[in-house]
Design a protein around this ligand. Structure first.
Ligand code: WTA
Length: 647
């Protein structure tokens, strides 16, 4: 049996869920009165500007509608409503790459958001429902822009700054965005880097929809100013610091966020205003024990869902202080994160296992040098955390006193689904433990039957709707239903399929085994195998390829390619050239780590590559599952042998 780690009571003064009994009571409340319990939390946590008339409208499954006809304004929820009591409280601490910090109070944030909202309306003629692409570094202006969009009801879609011009173009075009907001560039590891030229390139190769580009000057390097470009810094102070908070519907889209699926085309996941905000707020309080008096740091970039829910919307809704960091956690040394924790007296730290592994590798004793006693909760997200890394985080960073919350969730779920509660749940290294109250997570077998036996693997599904669930895939409703709800109605209920495999441990905790679909998780970043393969196949000498995730000590998974060439070539050279293509088409996050040249790939008789076989080979696991459809069974042993020789 794995060891259980019990929360240290003295760390938690007044947690929302104090102990296991209170947790059980809350589960029971949801079980006995599902809508009534959501109703109570929605009334308590959201400042509705007009009350809703129904908690849940499930008349058109799986297009659930929450808090129907309720009106709110997300910028009011996250900023304006705090002004009366807390106007001079710090909303954001921004630390630049150079270590200089800037403190932004709620009052200042409110004014910035209003000026930015006025800029969007007056200068860029952005209206409710228009899409705005944000392609920016982690600087406060990016957050002003998010909240300004939310204020006027424009739909933001943030594209991670590591994506290439081509990937950016695809997302801009898919969203048919009118405006792109970017920066000249920013700073990383003491050096200046550029973003604006990537936007220029994206617009050069497509994106007729874009009317204007708003450029925030950050590094003040020289940029080409075209007809569409408008400099934010020249105009922002001319805007009024006052703006109304128009009423938006609970179901109006708050943002789109593109993420990888099992085809080459990224999916624009669409989130709502009311339901999303409720769950962002509640999980901040439940999972992080966040109080308005806390200083909290989520290291995720706003280009990912974690940066949306847990660096911006969640902490600001609660009225706490959120830390935003421009730089790289290992620069100038592996103590940077711990130095910041000490300096700002951070209470909750939320990061990815990859970063913890990296910091541990580069400075296993660095945490000792800093005063980290302010910490109460240590969070992880994005990929499974191995026991060794968990223990280092718990013992060396948390001194054995903090609760570690291993939070499982996805872009599509909007917020945490499975996680320990810091004052209530006994922790097990490597397990996200149990579903949160209000969430029905189940493990189902291929036939939709519930898995109950310890250790039996199945598919992780969510069997009841929840407020922050994705509402649609932008412009592709059929794909939304097909991707997530095609296992619907085994028992007349809607079933959301997560794409992850899981099993129960001996404590009935859920252990996530990773994706069972064609998605790879590199350093907690989601990449679609099809997206990568499309690019690899563009190499002149690549006849065919299949990419899978190969276990990696630091990154969790690394991209591994099985390739059939049309001409004999030097493997090292091919790898280099393939990565040039990938960097251009997707970005540096999608590079192939290593490859194996093979004469043949395992295929079904209808010619589909059987990637799951290659996945098992790359993991050095026994090849499992049904092999009856394979065209040539000898391929499996052949590739296994070749793989063993090289890796
Ligand atoms: C994986 C990130 C294990 C999982 C918030 C999921 C995890 C995918 C965990 C979603 C965790 C996320 N343990 N695996 N605690 N958290 N994952 O959309 O495979 O970028 O399906 O959202 O990350 O990635 P996404």
């Amino acid at each position: 049996m794995s060891k259980l780690f019990y929360p240290k009571d003295y760390k938690f003064k007044d947690p929302k869920i104090r102990n296991q009994k209170e947790l059980q009571d809350l589960y029971d409340r949801f079980a006995n009165d599902f809508e009534g319990t959501w109703d109570q939390f929605a009334k308590e946590k959201i400042s509705w500007l007009k009350p809703y008339d129904k908690v849940l409208d499930d008349s058109n499954k799986p297009f659930y509608r929450w808090f129907t006809n309720g009106k709110l304004n997300v910028a009011h929820q996250c900023v304006d409503r705090h002004l009366e009591e807390n106007k001079n409280k710090v909303a954001i601490i921004f630390e630049g790459d150079d270590g200089k910090s800037d403190v932004i109070t709620y009052r200042k944030l409110g004014q910035k958001v209003n000026r930015t909202a006025n800029l969007l309306t007056n200068e860029f003629k952005i209206q409710k429902g228009d899409r705005v692409i944000i392609y920016m570094p982690m600087i406060p202006e990016a957050i002003y822009m998010m909240l300004a969009c939310a204020k006027i009801g424009a739909i933001h879609s943030i594209v991670f700054g590591g994506f290439s011009a081509e990937a950016l173009r695809d997302r801009i075009s898919s969203a048919a965005a009118k405006l792109v907001v970017t920066a000249d560039g920013a700073f990383r590891k003491g050096k200046s880097y550029m973003l604006k030229p990537i936007v220029d390139k994206a617009l050069e190769i497509g994106c007729e929809c874009v009317k204007k580009v708003c450029v925030v000057k950050r590094n003040f390097e020289e940029i080409v100013i075209g007809d569409k470009d408008v400099i934010y810094n020249d105009l922002i102070d001319l805007q009024s610091p006052k703006a109304n908070s128009p009423l938006h519907d609970s179901e109006d889209p708050l943002f789109l966020l593109y993420t990888s699926g099992s085809t080459g085309k990224p999916k624009g996941i669409q989130h709502s205003m009311g339901g999303y905000m409720l769950w962002a707020h509640l999980t901040m309080e439940w999972v992080f024990d966040l109080k308005p008096t806390d200083t909290y740091w989520c290291t995720a970039d706003i280009g990912w869902i974690t940066g949306h829910t847990y660096a911006v919307y969640g902490p600001l809704s609660v009225g706490a202080t959120t830390v935003i960091f421009e730089g790289v956690p290992t620069y100038p040394d592996a103590g940077r994160v711990w130095k910041m924790v000490e300096e700002y007296s951070i209470n909750q730290l939320y990061t990815a296992p990859t970063l913890i592994r990296t910091l541990r590798q580069h400075g296993p004793t660095e945490p000792e040098k800093y005063d980290l006693t302010s910490l109460r909760v240590l969070g992880t997200v994005g990929e499974p955390i191995d026991e060794e890394t968990w223990l280092w985080y718990y013992n060396e960073v948390g001194s054995g006193n903090c609760s570690v919350v291993d939070t499982w969730w996805q872009t599509e779920t909007g917020g945490h689904m499975i996680s320990p509660l810091p004052a209530a749940t006994p922790m097990v290294p490597g397990s996200a433990t149990k579903h949160l109250p209000g969430i029905w997570a189940e493990i189902l077998d291929e036939n939709g039957k519930m898995v109950t036996k310890v250790g039996e693997k199945g598919l992780l599904c969510i069997t009841r709707p929840w407020p922050s669930m994705a509402r649609n895939i932008w412009g592709d409703t059929d794909r939304f239903v097909e991707s997530y709800f095609n296992k619907n109605d085994f028992a007349g209920n809607m079933i959301y399929f997560t794409g992850d495999g899981a099993f129960y441990d001996e404590y009935h905790n859920i252990v996530i085994t990773g994706r069972v679909d064609d998605v790879i998780n590199v350093s907690g970043h989601r990449l679609g195998t099809a997206e990568i393969e499309d690019s690899v196949n563009k190499h002149f000498y690549v006849g065919e390829c299949a990419v899978v995730g190969k276990p990696d000590k630091i990154k969790g998974e690394a991209v591994f390619a099985f390739i059939r060439l049309t001409e004999p070539c030097d493997e090292k050279l091919i790898l280099k050239e393939i990565n040039i293509i990938l960097k251009r088409e997707i970005g540096s996050i999608a590079l192939v780590d290593s490859l194996l040249v093979v004469d043949n790939l395992p295929k079904t008789r209808s010619g589909k590559i059987m990637r799951r076989i290659l996945r098992d080979i790359a993991k050095k696991e026994e090849v499992k599952g049904d092999l009856s459809t394979i065209e040539d069974p000898s391929v499996v042993a052949y590739i296994q042998e070749k793989f063993k020789e090289k890796y």
